[in-house]
Design a protein around this ligand. Structure first.
Ligand code: SUG
Length: 416
């Protein structure tokens, strides 16, 4: 068994649009009503996957869910009198942000030695709450070998769960036992706290984690108020390293101490507020980065292009590289279509530590498959969608046909 980290990126679906559905997600709210470019969006995401693959990393993908969702439209009896935001929920391409698809505990961390995945219920937002049954179905195909994987249904909806976006894992190498850190929010602020502590605790129990190697930390309510609707907007972890804004957690030093008590090897790279304000961190998504261990052993931070456009953020990155710390490269990528809905490079991927040979190979990328996917996207994905088109039956047909063309190309008829 060779356990490696595999990033499963969500391919941007053909219904990608800007309906402003996520209260507390400042980018999505700001861009409500804008014209979206689904074809460009999907190609941007695919290009990110290809560039990580070109660095020698194993790359997987998850496919868009069926939209418009006729079941949801029926359950809500959507008609011409319905609030357009409710109709738009059934058209959302939000499953692209696979960091919210599930929480993943790799085999070395769990009691039964299998990799556990729990689909996230995403109950705080209507458009996201419809995802999990289809997500679980897809995970059960991709990770269907029960000798190596256990896929759990979502925890009950009383406790909101947003998956890996509020979960970090520390380890000396990906295949070694890790320490898992769950970050939850507390309700009562002006924006919803989407991750409930009891959801995190239930996921940890479902996965059979060792309590001595499991840490629960409270998110800083001020960060949620500033627009960090998930912890991965203000912090990211990989290996021994925690890359974090100084105002990410309710008790910053207490968080470091709690992680260090379970994982003494912890190395913190903290960005002080004087260098990069919380507002600047959230508008550029500096922390919504992929922190990757390259084959050389060096760590690289894959950040959105927007980071290069902020003098404060780029100065910080250059200073960090000059300081010879654990992060040795900063790699900007263009995922602007996703960013405009509040989803950066880290939102677009679900990390699974596994032996690639145990994963259904149809979900693993190679250059030939990337080329094929690009062709299907170029041919079938709508070039643009204006909000007034949401609900248009001809557009619905085009979106459904586009997804089916991709499923056929990838030989995944089970997902139809
Ligand atoms: O849930 N945006 C997503 C962005 C998710 C980002 N994920 C992580 N941080 N891991 C969300 O808020 C906007 C869709 C709309 O408004 O149409 C949206 O759902």
């Amino acid at each position: 068994m060779t356990l490696v980290e595999i990033n499963f990126d969500g391919l941007v679906g053909p219904s990608h649009n800007y309906a402003g559905l996520s209260l507390g997600n400042l980018a999505a709210t700001k861009n409500a009503g804008a014209i979206s470019y689904p074809r460009a969006a999907a190609l941007q995401g695919l290009e990110k996957m290809r560039s990580n693959m070109a660095r020698g990393l194993v790359q997987g993908f998850l496919l868009p869910l069926p939209r418009p969702n006729g079941t949801l439209l029926g359950q809500l009896a959507v008609d011409e009198t319905t609030d357009p935001a409710i109709r738009a929920a059934a058209w959302s391409a939000s499953s692209m942000w696979t960091a919210n698809a599930a929480t993943v505990s790799p085999a070395p961390d769990t009691a039964d030695g299998r990799c556990h995945l729990t689909a996230a219920n995403l109950v705080t937002m209507l458009h996201r709450s419809q995802e999990w049954p289809d997500t679980a179905r897809q995970l059960r195909i991709a990770f269907g070998d029960e000798q190596y994987f256990a896929v759990h249904d979502a925890v009950p909806p009383a406790f909101g769960d947003e998956g890996a976006a509020n979960h970090m894992r520390f380890c000396t190498s990906h295949d070694a036992p890790g320490v898992e850190v769950f970050v939850y929010g507390s309700p009562g602020g002006k924006f919803p706290a989407r991750q409930h502590e009891q959801a995190s605790r239930a996921v940890a129990r479902l996965h059979g984690l060792d309590p001595a190697r499991t840490v629960f930390i409270k998110q800083n309510p001020a960060a949620i108020e500033a627009g960090a609707f998930h912890n991965d907007v203000v912090a990211v972890a990989n290996g021994r390293v925690l890359f974090t804004h100084a105002e990410a957690f309710a008790d910053q030093q207490g968080a470091y101490d709690a992680i260090r008590a379970a994982f003494p090897e912890l190395e913190v790279v903290e960005v002080p507020s004087e260098a990069v304000s919380l507002a600047e961190a959230i508008s550029t998504y500096l922390f919504n980065a992929q922190l990757l261990t390259l084959s050389s052993g060096e760590m690289a931070l894959v950040v959105p292009e927007e980071c290069r456009e902020s003098q404060a953020v780029w100065n910080w990155c250059e200073g960090m590289l000059a300081s010879n710390g654990p992060i040795r490269q900063v790699i900007p990528v263009d995922v602007r279509q996703s960013m405009a809905n509040g989803g950066g490079p880290a939102c677009l991927r679900l990390r699974v530590v596994a032996d690639p040979a145990t994963v259904d190979p149809r979900f693993l990328l190679n250059e030939a498959k990337a080329e094929l996917m690009a062709e299907v996207i170029a041919k079938h994905w709508p070039e643009q969608i204006a909000p007034s088109q949401i609900g248009d039956p001809a557009l619905a047909d085009c979106i459904i046909a586009a997804r089916h063309a991709l499923l056929a190309a990838l030989a995944l008829p089970e997902l139809s």
